[in-house]
Design a protein around this ligand. Sequence first.
Ligand code: GRF
Length: 210
Amino acid sequence: MLKIGVLVSGGGTNLQAIVDGIESGSIAHTQIRFVISNNKNAYALERARKHGIPAQALSPRDFASREAFNEELVRCIDSYDVDLVVLAGCLLIIPPQLIEKYRNRIINIHPSLIPAFCGKGYYGLHVHEKVLERGVRVTGATVHFVDEGTDTGPIILQKAVEVKQDDTPEILQRRVMEEAEWKILPQAISLIGKGLVSVENGRVRIREEA
Ligand code: GRF
């Protein structure tokens, strides 16, 4: 059984895709042990509670210092004894001590084809605004392991999505979510749960299923 914890900040559609994948059986032998949001109003928390998943808000604003928040976040995650931490629409800066402790056990979904349109300032709708501004014909999404950089960790899966002439950032975001994010994030969790994913010399290898 792969035990996972999910960090969220917003609507939780990627969390929902994971929940649906587990309930449909397309993500086998996986259990969501917790959902934590830095935003107490995140609808993602509501989604978790509807499925009986322990859900809580943990915000830096409620702590005297960032360091105190970081320590509590690590303590809280450790208490659930998970194998994998999933950032699903999470806008929180992940504490270095968590990245070190969970090396290659934290994954993130980013709404572009890394290394394009990523890094500081590239999150949510801003990504798609920049895609349209640049006029690229293809965009997509990436699932990657989280390291100390911003969107710089080893890439696990990517999926391309067509950019259409009359796209607005909102229309494009929705297509990238529907056609890419909601497919490759569950798929990556499933592959990790089957023990088929490893990192060698900073690059991901995915073994064929037996
Ligand atoms: C999505 O665009 C996702 O790519 C990004 O955050 C946005 C909201 O995701 N990481 P969700 O609906 O909260 O999963």
